[in-house]
Design a protein around this ligand. Structure first.
Ligand SMILES: *Cc1c(COP(=O)(O)O)cnc(C)c1O
Length: 222
């Protein structure tokens, strides 16, 4: 795997409105450095502990994205520096992120994770829950978070039509939320969808942020 070539390839494929998040979970600091030297600055990790140790070792101008499930008791560790949390899946978590944002005198950008796949194990709100959440008055009091958009993962399947349908549903929800022009949604602009196996479809369906791991770094060793 030539990481530099892969980064450059993605820079050419992605439309200008779509940002590349290099998913570096399980990858070594050396490999991340290689991507960094190729100009990549946005990296995604799914575990807080791993994120913290890489954060400590790597350049400070990296934008760190949390893409995996986040437990409320771990928010405090990442709150000082995290660039974007893709995986907000409960109101309780949003409240805790807000609290830690206030402690660090910053507003933390969050995406609401929406369950769009047919698989049962994945975290996230249903579209109905998202519509309810953004309309609850409680959310207006959270001044130290910004709801910057939505994140979703499509089913892990060869059925391209199914994947497309799921991405399209997420884009429709996104557009619906934007059109509601609620105070809690003034900053909605990110639609995080697409991974190594399905990013082309995600882009066709309106993705503004793709999360790419194995296509950049090679297969992960577990
Ligand atoms: C691991 C992971 C990715 C990247 O997966 P690849 O198939 O390696 O590109 C993207 N998003 C999330 C939430 C992940 O956990």
């Amino acid at each position: 795997m030539n990481i530099r070539n892969n980064i450059n390839k993605f820079k050419q494929i992605l439309p200008p409105h779509c940002q590349l998040i290099a998913v570096s979970k399980t990858q070594s600091v050396e490999k991340i450095r290689e991507a960094y030297e190729a100009g990549q600055r946005a990296f995604g990790e799914n575990k807080v502990q791993e994120l913290m140790s890489k954060y400590a070792e790597l350049p400070t101008d990296i934008q760190w994205h949390l893409i995996g499930h986040l437990q409320t008791n771990k928010v405090k560790y990442i709150a000082p520096f995290i660039h974007l949390i893709h995986s907000v899946d409960s109101f309780k978590l949003l409240v805790e992120i807000n609290k830690q944002g206030a402690r660090n005198a910053r507003r933390i950008s969050c995406l609401l994770q929406v369950h769009i796949s047919q698989e049962e194990t994945k975290f996230g709100f249903t579209p109905e829950e998202v519509l309810q959440l953004v309309a609850t008055p409680d959310i207006y009091q959270l001044e130290n978070i910004a709801i910057a958009g939505l994140m979703g993962m499509a089913s892990f399947t060869e059925d391209k039509a199914q994947v497309r349908k799921e991405f399209r549903g997420l884009k429709n929800l996104f557009d619906q939320l934007v059109s509601m022009s609620l105070p809690s949604l003034q900053e909605m602009k990110i639609l995080s969808m697409g991974m190594s196996g399905d990013f082309e479809t995600a882009i066709e369906e309106g993705s503004t942020m793709v999360r790419i791991g194995s296509a950049l770094f090679g297969e992960r060793k577990m």
